[in-house]
Design a protein around this ligand. Structure first.
Ligand code: CTP
Length: 412
């Protein structure tokens, strides 16, 4: 999957001697697929577990192992100088206890530790080690030193090791590692220092202890918006009712179920926010009474009438909040329409006093609910509607966030 933030970025991936070295092959592959130029450095220990060929085949680039090698250019630079100079991110995954100790003390006895000293880019460390090595005071002290110097520590997962022992020390899975790389590279993006609140998913309104009224929203578009905001450097709160979707690395997630919970969480999170992007499909009505006992078929053989009452409109509440407090500065709403897309979208833009409405036609089979693509029209006050072609929800998210960033800069 291509990731705009990673396109053509020079990433150095250092792999050290740990059984988790085999997992780094998947990471190198995913980084390459995302569009990055991945230069892999294998330490001697790493080569006991994996071979340079594994990584050169996956990245399509030479793999580096020798600290004395020149890089073949006319000026005969030693490899680590060029690798370090060019790197926009240096990720060591897995990082062994020994390499961590060397880095903490500035030792430079192999190509990886030399490159780490020469590099001026963000350094990310994903420790992976067996038994109690991670918790050992020596490892912890070394990591603390490195974090104080600006390195990002990617905490290992808990679980079972190859040795059969359990504890903290497993290398996180590739999506988590990728998320950390994105976070580090996005830090200086157009939304650096800004706070963005995103809502996602369809709300669920309880009818009785086992049933609820819900809708078909998957939350994919909202989660993609949160990731795009993170990629642009924003601090992100993701208020989501989508249960199956992972939280993008770096986002603070607030899990909600009902429209009322969505309202409370959004009011609290958006208080000091720069932008609110309301992608959630919030129920407009909820059962007037939540039955405390399960509704029984036999007791409603004739059919069941449900009394519904309106829920609060979250966006409207936030628009009022903005007119009082001036925040959130920028409000984005979504309009899911089955007919008269442009008219209804424009009507929502005006009625909810929004800066942008992302309108989509939910009657189309290839876009919208549940699928990975969306076809949207962007509506903003005083501007002609901007009809976008069918594209991935990720691409829609990036376009929306680029717009938010532009407008926030202009409004200052
Ligand atoms: N929304 C909200 N709170 C609600 C309902 C909707 O904040 N209780 C938000 C949605 O997140 C979306 C926008 O309002 O960003 C448009 O939602 P929609 O339900 O389409 O708008 P309504 O005003 O309810 O209009 P209608 O039902 O007539 O289509």
């Amino acid at each position: 999957m291509r990731i705009t933030l990673l396109r053509d970025k020079h990433i150095v991936l250092g792999v050290t001697g740990s059984i988790a070295a085999f997992k780094a092959a998947d990471l190198a592959s995913k980084l390459t697929q995302a569009g990055a130029q991945v230069d892999v450095i294998l330490t001697e220990g790493a080569q006991r577990f994996v071979t340079p060929l594994t990584f050169s085949a996956l990245t399509g680039r030479a793999v580096h192992t020798d600290m004395w090698a020149t890089d073949g250019d006319a000026d005969g630079h030693i490899a680590h100088v060029r690798l370090g100079e060019n790197a926009e991110g240096l990720l060591i995954a897995p990082a062994s206890a020994h390499t961590i100790a060397k880095l903490a003390h500035g030792l430079a006895d192999n190509l990886l530790t030399l490159t780490a000293l020469a590099a001026r880019c963000p350094l990310l460390l994903a420790p992976a080690m067996d038994g109690g090595m991670y918790d050992h005071p020596a490892t912890q002290a070394n990591l603390q030193t490195l974090v104080e110097r600006g390195a990002t520590l990617i905490e290992p997962d808990e679980g079972r090791f190859a040795s059969g022992l359990g504890g903290r020390g497993r290398l996180p899975e590739t999506p988590a590692l990728l998320g950390h790389v994105r976070r580090a590279l996005g830090r200086s993006g157009a939304l650096a220092g800004r706070q963005v609140v995103v809502t996602a998913g369809g709300t669920r309104e309880a009818l009785d202890p086992v049933r609820h009224l819900g809708n078909r929203s998957s939350g994919k578009q909202g989660h993609a918006l949160a990731q795009a905001a993170l990629d642009a450097g924003a601090g992100v709160t993701l208020i989501s009712s989508a249960r199956g979707l992972p939280t993008p690395v770096g986002a603070t997630r607030v899990a909600v179920d009902t429209a009322q919970e969505m309202l409370e969480a959004t009011l609290a999170a958006a208080r000091g926010a720069d932008a609110l992007i309301m992608a959630a499909a919030v129920a407009d009505f909820r059962p007037a009474q939540r039955q405390t006992q399960k509704l029984r078929k036999r007791e409603h053989g004739e059919g069941l009438q449900l009394d519904l009452e309106p829920t609060a409109d979250v966006l409207l509440a936030l628009a009022e909040e903005r007119s009082r407090q001036g925040r959130p500065r920028y409000l984005v709403g979504f309009a899911a329409e089955s007919e008269q897309l442009l008219q209804r979208g424009a009507e929502k833009l005006a009625r909810k006093k929004l800066d942008l409405v992302v309108a989509n036609d939910i009657s189309a089979a290839d876009a919208g609910f549940g699928v990975d693509d969306n076809r949207v029209v962007l509506l903003a006050p005083g501007r002609a509607p901007e009809e976008l072609p069918l594209m991935s929800k990720i691409a829609v998210a990036e376009l929306v966030l680029a717009r938010v960033a532009r407008e926030l800069v202009q409004s200052l």
